[in-house]
Design a protein. Structure first.
Length: 274
């Protein structure tokens, strides 16, 4: 079982930040803003899926997962709160969060399904967040130093996503979830994630008046498909999920632990599971 530490981030999110906070780059700011807009509702869904999943296990298995699930819930609840504060600034800047609205409708349609289905969805989204996290930790200059507290927020979140990437997957396996349904939900999640991220990013850029500018799409091409591009560098990791023998720890590196060790002054530990 993974040892998951719940941390309180020591940054001030009460102060507003520039519209193009990520180095003045409209696309990179809009894309990361779009991801943040999905986090509070998504992380609550993940919390609920894992909480209900562990309840469905036999008593002995529940005990085996108890501490890890508590750590997972603590980390995700903290992410939900922090991104809620960040998103509050986006709302005051006039951005409309349509991703959250669509996600809530989908979540409502899943009510009443066997607990393995929400867990499979959670495991798939956790794979997406884990490979995004590894990318940000590998290329931290993706996020500008212009607003240090926001860079800290994103890399802290990335480090913790890498820590708990196995929890939902292991619960799904422990409940007898099979590869066939894991892959069905993975492809559905992939489609939703790509469409939702694109729609929200485009909406954010439209709001800024940056959608049809050459520099916006030049940045997008570099950010997504360049030598250090998000898609270029994560497509292999994305595809690894399709293997019958896949496990999230197969993609483990020491980047998360290194970042957390080197930036320990940016947070305090408030809880711990083992």
């Amino acid at each position: 079982m993974a040892e998951l530490v719940v941390r309180r981030l020591l940054i001030d999110l009460t102060e507003p930040f520039p519209r193009h906070w990520n180095g003045g780059d409209a696309f990179k700011s809009a894309f990361l803003n779009a991801l943040s807009m999905s986090f509070p509702v998504g992380e609550q869904f993940f919390i609920d899926a894992v909480r209900e999943g562990v309840k469905a296990l036999p008593a002995a298995e529940q005990e085996r997962f108890k501490a890890e699930v508590a750590g997972f819930i603590g980390q995700e609840a903290t992410h939900r709160r922090i991104h809620g504060l960040f998103n509050g600034h986006l709302q005051r800047q006039g951005y409309a969060n349509t991703w959250e609205t669509r996600a809530k409708k989908r979540i409502e349609r899943m009510r009443g399904l066997n607990v393995r289905h929400p867990l499979a969805v959670t495991a798939a989204y956790e794979h997406f967040t884990a490979i995004l996290a590894e990318h940000l930790l590998a290329y931290p200059h993706t996020i500008s130093d212009d607003v240090p507290r926001l860079k800290t927020m994103w890399l802290w979140h990335a480090a913790e996503e890498s820590e708990h990437k196995s929890t939902a997957f292991d619960l799904y396996q422990a409940l007898g979830g099979n590869h066939k349904w894991r892959m069905r939900w993975f492809y559905i999640v992939t489609l939703y994630f790509m469409v939702d991220a694109t729609r929200q990013t485009v909406r954010n850029l439209w709001h800024d008046g940056e959608l049809f500018k050459w520099r916006t799409w030049k940045s997008a091409a570099s950010f997504l498909f360049g030598a250090e591009g998000l898609v270029s560098r994560t497509c292999k990791a994305w595809g690894a999920y399709k293997s019958d023998n896949f496990h999230p720890t197969q993609q483990e590196t020491d980047r998360s632990a290194t970042w957390l060790r080197d930036h320990a002054a940016q947070f305090t530990v408030v809880g711990q599971g083992r």
